[in-house]
Design a protein. Structure first.
Length: 334
């Protein structure tokens, strides 16, 4: 363990709360309100989780973090009939990993001060928050089955297995290093972008180019807000006044053009347009989550390169305007 890791692990004040799956949105909002009574620093992670920074609550209630977690659980059960799984640790990674270890229907697991690395060590690598099935499979292939084994290897070794950024992130998290703060954020709304055609159109190429332009607008908007969509909804309006709408979920939350475009095209293909005259289309990002927390470690170096390129394009648009650069198909359509 590095000296930096020890300093970061002195006081575990991050709480990660997991509600039951498929919790109604209104009930989820009520859980967030209960959390807000404990601390003003609550970060919603819809559809069923949240982060809480407990530093202020510790001073106010004069108790320890585990007791705060037990108090919260009693309140959600007694007031809302909702049991929750609560993890408390020195970082987002530690707290979220801990809450996932709590058996259903609910309970509290607090990682003791100074023991994050020792507590993480015996867990399987797939239990570490941010490690997905593909990353775990790649690590297993090289005999890395526990978080402790991952932490013991040099960052350079893991970078060769998972890629530069992913390897550094995985090694840091296995060693209890995660400097990300809890950022106050209420339950986010959906984000919608629309396009209205100047005239009724049957041209498939024009429609697809317009949909691509909406994907670019939606992706850029989500990235600027620091959010990611769990699902997309495509709405089509026809000249006869009728409409068509369909929603599909993404494999994992994303705000990246490639992911959004792939699913948007699938939705358009599902519409089965033949002779329908379109007057407008709308693309909506649903179940928005915090992009920083939702992002999993990636071992796809080609994807990582595309994301770097996407960030550079965003900076160009911020400086020179949103239409200064974009996909060739959208330029052709205009």
């Amino acid at each position: 363990m590095t000296a930096g890791a020890v300093r970061a692990d002195v006081v575990p004040t991050v709480m990660h709360v997991r509600c039951p799956d498929r919790l109604p949105e209104e009930t989820y909002r009520q859980v967030l309100e209960e959390l807000a009574e404990f601390s003003p620093v609550v970060q919603a992670l819809p559809p069923s989780a949240a982060l809480v920074e407990l530093k202020g609550a510790l001073r106010y209630y004069g108790t320890d973090t585990r007791r705060l977690g037990e108090m919260l659980r009693v309140r959600t059960v007694s007031r809302l009939g909702v049991d929750v799984r609560i993890g408390i640790g020195s970082s987002i990674t530690a707290a979220a990993t801990a809450s996932a270890q709590v058996p259903q229907p609910g309970g509290v697991l607090a990682v003791p001060p100074g023991q994050t690395v020792d507590w993480l060590a015996p867990l399987p690598v797939e239990a570490l928050h941010g490690i997905g099935p593909r990353q775990a499979a790649a690590l297993h292939e090289y005999g890395i089955h526990t978080v402790g084994r991952l932490a013991a290897l040099s960052p350079a070794t893991i970078q060769r297995l998972l890629g530069g950024k992913a390897g550094r992130t995985a090694t840091d998290r296995a060693r209890g290093i995660d400097p990300r703060p809890v950022v106050p954020r209420a339950l986010p709304s959906s984000a919608t972008v629309r396009h209205t055609f100047d005239r009724h159109t049957l041209d498939g190429a024009t429609v697809r180019a317009s949909l691509l332009e909406l994907v670019v607008q939606l992706g850029r908007g989500l990235r600027r807000r620091g959010q990611a969509a769990r699902a997309l909804t495509l709405t089509l309006r026809f000249a006869d006044g009728t409409g068509w709408e369909k929603t599909r979920r993404l494999t994992e939350p994303s705000a990246h053009d490639d992911d959004l475009r792939t699913l948007a095209y699938q939705l358009m293909d599902a519409a089965g347009l033949q002779r329908g005259r379109l007057t407008g289309i709308a693309l909506k990002g649903d179940d928005l989550v915090d992009a920083q927390v939702a992002q999993q470690i990636s071992l796809d170096t080609a994807r990582e390169a595309r994301l770097v390129s996407e960030a550079a394009v965003d900076r160009i648009r911020d400086k020179f305007g949103p239409h200064i650069i974009g996909p060739a198909a959208t330029r052709h359509a205009s």
